[in-house]
Design a protein around this ligand. Structure first.
Ligand SMILES: CC(=O)N[C@H]1[C@@H](OP(=O)(O)OP(=O)(O)OC[C@H]2O[C@@H](n3ccc(=O)[nH]c3=O)[C@H](O)[C@@H]2O)O[C@H](CO)[C@@H](O)[C@@H]1O[C@H](C)C(=O)N[C@@H](C)C(=O)N[C@H](CCC(=O)O)C(=O)O
Ligand SMILES: Nc1ncnc2c1ncn2[C@@H]1O[C@H](COP(=O)(O)OP(=O)(O)OP(=O)(O)O)[C@@H](O)[C@H]1O
Ligand SMILES: N[C@H](CCC[C@H](N)C(=O)O)C(=O)O
Ligand SMILES: [Mg+2]
Length: 482
């Protein structure tokens, strides 16, 4: 494709050369550039791509898109200046792959918690209704039935469009995707043609990246601000910041709520450990999901499907067929009657929701929580997570999550700061996650519940740059001898 076609929709200025040059591939990492490629220089968190323009050109780049043009220009290379390279990259990535998002109904889900659940259930729902669909999510990406390994919650702009292009080729009519706040801020989604956006909730997370809660809200809101008129903007009316998302959008605005008047409503009628009876849009529906927070996810799924044009009568029976996503409130019962629950709760709010749910549903017996916090991520959530765990469980074992580049013991110390004095005797710290899980399961007696939180579906533990195989469910089954 030639550079001029690629730049369609981008505001730019040609500083040197002619835009008719043929481009083989687009890269934003100089280390991947080969002869005939285009290099896009963007400012990142730890580096600035502009410093690698020389390397990219030396590797054979025929064109460079950047915000600041280098002082020395190499002859024969086209230099393009634009105000925001990441924004330009999104648009060019879409053009490069033939704008696949315009050829499907694309719905994005944003929010601190519930993105994977909501996006995955929408994907499952339309497939149960006989439609072909794709999914971009934390756990796994899907092109119809085909699984594609996921490295991010929202992939980079090139990968998004490459995957969407394959979805279109496979005949997918729908694409559901998680939209992380990092992705919005880094413009990984710019250039995409959305048909709908869903906001689940916003609570404490990612302050390492966004710095303030206000900036975190603004990042999420920017997704709604940039929606086209034809799209629906569906927000959680019960979240404190739900209406903020709709303030400046030109999209069609809708709300969902379990507590007040809204366009779509739901009420929990009965709570059980194996499911929940809901009053959804005025009709009783049995669902295989546990926890009031899942009523919100299911309501968002139902409302979105209605806004995509599906009828209530065809939707309700299928809502009962949906099953939980891997690593979200998954229960494993031992032969001795101890129940382990694996859940991906890795924020204070998620932990609070899951533990409150367990508290409401358990009969007698105690609750033991095994929890850690990720390294190289928001430090300020660590003591809050420990506080919630202590408040809502009888015993707590603090352990490692993905320490990444940090010292596991130091992360546990950060968590310890949130342990109230009264709870100290109920808290243990065991750095080795497997030993921590083993200790909790050994302490538990018949009727007790052990929550293993934070890693859910993950099948690895990242320590100092190396991903070691680790799977909470596998470990539990091994210790339970199942
Ligand atoms: C903090 C963050 O989000 N970083 C993402 C970002 O990288 P970065 O900004 O650190 O890049 P950088 O290293 O500063 O480099 C800046 C630029 O120079 C280029 N460069 C760099 C070195 C070089 O030799 N040559 C070169 O050209 C880089 O390619 C880049 O374009 O852009 C990269 C490419 O898109 C991402 O892979 C990377 O994700 C990192 C690995 C990551 O861990 N991200 C997490 C925090 C994340 O994105 N999480 C969210 C989910 C969060 C949630 O809601 O739970 C997600 O969507 O997955
Ligand atoms: N609607 C919700 N509100 C609050 N907590 C939720 C909600 N849905 C799920 N949770 C909790 O959050 C955890 C993560 O859920 P899920 O994977 O759906 O969220 P996510 O937004 O995709 O997370 P990530 O940011 O890591 O991609 C669940 O295991 C559960 O503990
Ligand atoms: N998408 C989230 C996942 C966190 C999962 C938890 N296990 C951790 O490693 O902190 C993040 O990158 O912040
Ligand atoms: Mg997710």
């Amino acid at each position: 494709m030639n550079l001029k076609e690629l730049l369609d929709g981008v505001t730019y200025e040609i500083v040197q050369g002619r835009p008719e040059v043929e481009v083989k591939m687009i890269h934003f990492d100089s280390r991947k550039v080969e002869k005939g490629d285009l290099f896009v220089a963007q400012k990142g968190v730890s580096a600035d791509g502009h410093e690698y323009i020389g390397k990219a050109v030396a590797a054979g780049a025929v064109a460079v898109v950047c915000e600041v043009v280098p002082e020395e220009l190499k002859e024969g290379v086209v230099y393009v200046k634009t105000a925001n390279s990441s924004e330009a990259l999104g648009i060019m990535a879409s053009n490069f792959y033939g704008n696949p998002s315009r050829r499907m109904k694309v719905v994005g889900v944003t929010g601190t918690n519930g993105k994977t659940t909501t996006a995955t259930l929408l994907y499952e729902l339309v497939r149960l209704l006989g439609k072909k669909a794709g999914l971009l999510s934390t756990v796994c990406n899907y092109i119809g039935d085909e699984r594609v390994h996921a490295t991010h919650t929202t992939p980079d702009a090139m990968e998004i469009n490459e995957l969407m292009g394959r979805m279109v080729d496979a005949g997918c009519e729908y694409c559901f995707m998680e939209v992380s706040s990092h992705a919005i801020d880094q413009r990984r989604i710019s250039g995409l043609d959305f048909d709908g956006a869903i906001f689940s909730n916003i609570t404490h997370d990612h302050l390492d990246y966004h710095k303030t809660f206000k900036a975190y809200i603004e990042a999420k809101k920017a997704f709604f601000d940039r929606l086209p008129k034809k799209a629906f903007a569906l927000t959680n009316g019960d979240d404190k910041n739900g209406m903020v998302m709709l303030q400046n959008t030109v999209a069609r605005k809708y709300t969902y709520s379990c507590k007040r008047m809204a366009d779509f409503n739901c009420k929990t009628l009965e709570r059980h450990l194996d499911g929940t009876l809901l009053l959804l849009d005025g009709s009783e529906v049995w669902t295989r999901f546990v926890g009031d927070f899942n009523a919100y996810n299911l309501l968002a799924v139902y409302a979105s499907a209605r806004l995509l044009g599906f009828e209530k009568e065809e939707l309700l029976p299928v809502m009962s067929m949906l099953v939980p996503v891997s690593g979200r409130f998954e229960t494993i019962l031992s032969n001795e009657g101890v129940m382990a629950i694996v859940d991906y709760a890795h924020t204070p709010d998620a932990l609070e929701n899951v533990l409150s749910t367990i508290g409401e549903l358990k009969k007698d017996g105690t609750v033991i929580t095994v929890v850690g916090a990720g390294g190289d991520r928001d430090r300020t959530k660590r003591p809050e997570m420990a506080e919630v765990a202590c408040r809502l469980s009888d015993r707590v074992i603090l352990t490692s999550d993905n320490p990444r580049s940090e010292e596991p013991a130091a992360i546990i110390e950060d968590m310890r700061a949130g342990v109230p004095e009264e709870a100290e005797s109920r808290v243990l710290a065991i750095t080795d996650r497997k030993e921590a899980i083993r200790a909790a399961l050994m302490l538990a007696k018949k009727g007790d519940i052990v929550l293993v939180a934070g890693k859910g579906h993950e099948d690895y533990q990242e320590i100092k740059g190396v991903k070691h195989h680790f799977d909470d469910k596998e470990v539990i089954k091994e210790i339970f001898k199942l």
